[in-house]
Design a protein around this ligand. Structure first.
Ligand SMILES: *Cc1c(COP(=O)(O)O)cnc(C)c1O
Length: 339
């Protein structure tokens, strides 16, 4: 067995020992099958290849000080996957099967769950694709669900540091009544050009406005947005953003910390009043935002004066990580202990 350098992991792909699969045929999902191959054998007319019938999820497992492995809120991911399936007419995977397969995928690859001290974790990627052959535009009748895992490094290699983000008004990620609330690959394809442009300009991510009025904050590419002011945690309400499980968890923790929590439309001008701002998602928990530039409007909103994250973002980040790694009690039953 090769030795893994835990302190040198990125957010890339590393081959692990097994992936777990289930096949949907004639209205039924198969029992989980454990596979060692990283490849799938796919029909050239499969609907996932032509008409974008693909949904996915992302969650993590963490090794605690006690050596035990903890998976964070997998039931929420199972439910969101079902919602995404309904959104693009794919067969829904039962919640229990999802949970069983996550546990199997983690257990069978337990040697890839990084040690506590590394600050790294095991990223779990479930995906579901339409596989039956179809040339007319119709949903598939057969589907494949796969879970693979890969160890990933800590997101903040140089510490919990704010980065600048940008509003590019010439791009939209999702339409108001489109697929923005579903975790589908198509939304990501639609965001690649804007994302690359932002990187070229020196920004870490695009902050999207609502596509209809270009007035309200939607989300930051693959992460939800939140702002802090007057002891209040404020996050957008919109019909085109993905319901982030990290955001949902942070809202609960913010409330526990005595903050008020508001989920409502956030007009862009309100950015000027926030004391702190951040993007949140499984990958980083929180990516604090240094500044947001609205390039075509020639506006700029600054959140951090000293280049450091704000105290509330820092506290929320530490608190959620502590629950994930088992350093603090799991008051809400968010964590599944595997071994
Ligand atoms: C996955 C995702 C998020 C973050 O969701 P989490 O459940 O917190 O990981 C936010 N926005 C988009 C568009 C996403 O795909």
């Amino acid at each position: 067995m090769d030795v893994i350098n835990w302190s040198n992991l990125s957010f890339g792909y590393m081959k692990t020992d097994y992936n777990i699969r289930s096949y949907y045929k004639e209205g039924k999902w198969s029992d989980p099958i454990s596979e060692t191959s990283e490849f799938i054998n796919l029909h050239i007319a499969a609907t996932c290849l032509h008409y974008g019938q693909e949904v996915f999820e992302g969650l993590k497992a963490f090794r605690g000080k006690d050596g035990k492995i903890r998976v964070f809120r997998m039931r929420e991911n199972a439910l969101r996957l079902q919602s995404s399936c309904r959104g693009i007419m794919m067969a829904e995977l039962p919640v229990e099967l999802f949970e069983e397969m996550v546990i199997q995928a983690v257990k069978k690859n337990a040697r890839f769950v990084p040690p506590y001290e590394s600050g790294a974790s095991l990223y779990i990627r479930p995906l579901l694709i339409g596989t039956s052959a179809q040339v007319g535009v119709k949903p598939a009748t057969e589907y494949t669900f796969i879970i693979f895992v890969t160890p990933v490094g800590p997101y903040f290699k140089e510490g919990f540091k704010p980065t600048p983000m940008v509003i590019l008004r010439e791009y939209d990620r999702a339409a108001p009544l489109g697929t923005g609330t579903y975790k589908v690959g198509g939304n990501y394809a639609a965001s690649l050009v804007a994302g690359e442009k932002a990187h070229e300009l020196g920004y870490s991510a695009v902050l999207y406005l609502d596509a209809k009025e270009k007035k309200y904050i939607d989300e930051c590419g693959p992460a939800n947005f939140f702002g802090i002011k007057d002891n209040t945690y404020i996050t957008p309400k919109s019909t085109s953003i993905l319901p982030s499980i990290t955001n949902k968890s942070l809202m609960q923790l913010a409330e526990d910390m005595g903050l008020k929590v508001e989920r409502r439309p956030i007009p862009e001008e309100e950015l000027a009043t926030f004391e702190e701002a951040g993007a949140c998602g499984t990958a980083a928990v929180i990516s604090p935002i240094l500044r947001i530039d609205d390039l075509s409007e020639n506006k700029s909103y600054q959140f951090s004066k000293d280049g450091k994250a704000g105290p509330i973002s820092e506290k929320l980040y530490q608190k959620l990580r502590a629950i994930q790694y088992g350093d603090e009690p799991d008051k809400y039953g968010w964590v599944t202990v595997i071994e």
